[in-house]
Ligand binder design. Structure first.
Ligand SMILES: [Zn+2]
Length: 246
């Protein structure tokens, strides 16, 4: 079963790459069919096999030799691994397809934020709308805690926007609202705590290794989503640790 979810994740990841390419350009996700952005040659079915086609073609377009971004296989593999993890934790349940759907949205948001330093309204608003439907779909979901989580997440990030307008944007506020809606209250605090911890460590690392300069913007969405993921997986362990330290 793990292999089936991994293969499904690879195929979905391939579509997420298309979304991450086309959503920022306001292009249709379906038409035109997949093609090389450099030579415009339409890709054949063999070129569309996730992961393997990239490895077989050694990361170059079959027709013109232009390099294919390593982001393609990375997103495919990451989606595959995410689907296996979700399946192993949730099993066959109502929550499984919902978690897979939000994982896909998060992957698109991370890729676009890294590449464009933007979180697009056309991605985040439908995701927030979908989060409000969760109480109708899943019994494990409490609307009061969700709304409180969403308001807290958005509120704290909004204060950060006022303090560091260059580093954090309104897109991050909306994403924090979504994360809060999904994780609830008081879990949102742990998600934001982990996000700032990981963000801080990575930012210092990027500065030390001179990958980024002091004035370069570092996208915050990957850290928010990392904080959310860690908080969902290890909430009790982190809380226990913090209580012991304090
Ligand atoms: Zn080409």
């Amino acid at each position: 079963m793990n292999a089936s979810f991994f293969l499904l994740g690879l195929a979905v990841g391939s579509f997420l790459n298309v979304c991450a390419d086309r959503l920022p350009r306001r292009q249709s996700l379906i038409r035109p069919p997949s093609h090389c952005d450099v030579c415009q040659h339409r890709l054949c079915p063999l070129d569309l096999i996730p992961l393997l086609s990239y490895l077989y073609l050694k990361g170059k377009c079959r027709y013109c030799g232009a390099p294919i971004s390593y982001r393609m296989p990375v997103v495919e593999a990451a989606t595959g691994i995410t689907f296996v993890v979700l399946w192993s934790r949730l099993g066959f349940s109502v929550e499984l397809p919902l978690a897979m759907l939000f994982a896909c949205l998060f992957i698109i948001i991370i890729v676009i934020d890294i590449e464009h330093h933007l979180i697009f309204n056309r991605v985040i608003y439908p995701a927030i709308g979908l989060a409000f439907l969760l109480p109708l779909l899943s019994a494990n979901y409490e609307i009061t805690s969700a709304v409180l989580g969403g308001v807290t997440g958005a509120g704290i990030l909004f204060i950060l926007v006022l303090i560091f307008p260059a580093g954090i944007g309104m897109g991050d506020v909306k994403l924090a609202a979504l994360v809060g809606l999904l994780i609830g209250f008081p879990e949102i605090f742990i998600a934001l705590f982990v996000a700032s911890l990981v963000g801080g460590v990575v930012a210092v690392g990027l500065l030390l290794f001179k990958v980024k300069g002091r004035k370069d913007a570092v996208p915050f969405a990957p850290f928010l989503i990392a904080g959310f993921t860690v908080a969902v997986l290890y909430y009790n362990e982190i809380l226990g640790f913090l209580v012991n330290v304090v």
